[in-house]
Ligand binder design. Structure first.
Ligand SMILES: NC(=O)c1ccc[n+]([C@@H]2O[C@H](COP(=O)([O-])OP(=O)(O)OC[C@H]3O[C@@H](n4cnc5c(N)ncnc54)[C@H](OP(=O)(O)O)[C@@H]3O)[C@@H](O)[C@H]2O)c1
Length: 250
């Protein structure tokens, strides 16, 4: 078990459906002192958000270029060694100017760059820049939102070239980080996490073909992930897990 009491939580890419659900979930945990959220946007003005006026929530804005990420790292200095959970939630699948590729003729270099930047490069930059913040004696569990479609062995349908490849590349990077972290940050455990199909903006256009019982609420998945993180062992390995805690083959 990786429980530490009390501890702080960091949610990166906090403005999306799953990021917000992770914030709400961790704020219900009395062992959590502060939730530090990082997003391109300011805190929501939606007064119905369960965490809107919670003074344990610290909100930081970032453009996710390296200088602005370094500014975030400076702001995290007071919390160094006391962050017990990190969720890296960045991810894009579609936008107003691109769509997941159905066939290889659909591949567009600009869209591919954009997808790799958000899904692969930004999470890797966080893991590069966070090492001093996370180093310490207390266990720190880091969950990076990947996807089952990033599994090369599970790819039977093809398509979604950029998204699939960006998540497969993310998994590969996480494996390399886990090897080096096992030497240099022995208190940190990395998890590549597949949340299932979750009712957020990312999955909205694809939900029609998903059976009702397989479309999860973000609150359900946040609870699942918080429990998975609480029971994770700091073993120097990368785990690739789904929402149910089951291992996915790379
Ligand atoms: N929803 C699903 O069914 C599903 C399934 C499998 C995997 N996932 C993965 O779960 C994670 C969270 O997805 P979600 O469903 O919560 O999607 P979402 O609601 O669309 O949120 C996407 C997140 O990605 C960040 N982001 C978007 N564009 C970005 C860009 N250009 N640069 C950097 N960050 C950017 C946003 O951070 P800001 O706070 O800065 O806006 C936001 O938090 C993603 O990694 C996704 O691939 C989701």
């Amino acid at each position: 078990m990786s429980e530490i009491q009390p501890h702080n939580v960091l949610v990166l890419g906090a403005g999306g459906g799953l990021g917000q659900a992770m914030i709400a979930r961790f704020l219900t945990d009395p062992q959590v002192e502060h939730v530090i959220a990082v997003s391109r946007n300011g805190q929501t003005e939606d007064l119905s958000a369960p965490w809107i006026s919670n003074n344990r929530l610290i909100w930081i804005e970032s453009e996710y270029d390296e200088p602005s990420m370094l500014e975030v790292i400076e702001k995290l200095a007071p919390y160094a060694g006391s962050i017990g959970r990190v969720c890296i939630c960045h991810g894009i699948l579609h936008d107003d100017h691109f769509w997941p590729e159905k066939r290889f003729e659909d591949i567009q270099p600009d869209s591919m760059h954009e997808i790799f930047h958000a899904n692969t490069i930004i999470p890797a930059l966080w893991l590069k820049l966070l090492h001093k913040t996370l180093a310490g004696k207390a266990p720190c569990i880091v969950a990076v939102f990947s996807a089952r479609v990033g599994s090369i062995s599970d790819n039977r349908l093809g398509g979604w070239y950029s998204y699939r490849a960006s998540k497969a590349a993310l998994n590969s990077l996480l494996k390399s980080f886990s090897v080096e972290y096992a030497r240099r940050l022995k208190n940190v455990k990395l998890i590549a996490f597949h949340p299932g199909t979750v009712d957020t903006d990312l999955s909205k256009p694809f939900q029609a073909s998903v059976p009702k019982e397989k479309l999860f609420s973000s609150a359900f998945v946040a609870d699942q992930l918080a429990n998975i993180m609480a029971s994770a062992e700091v073993d120097g390995q990368l785990s690739y897990l789904d929402w149910d805690g089951k291992t996915i083959q790379f």
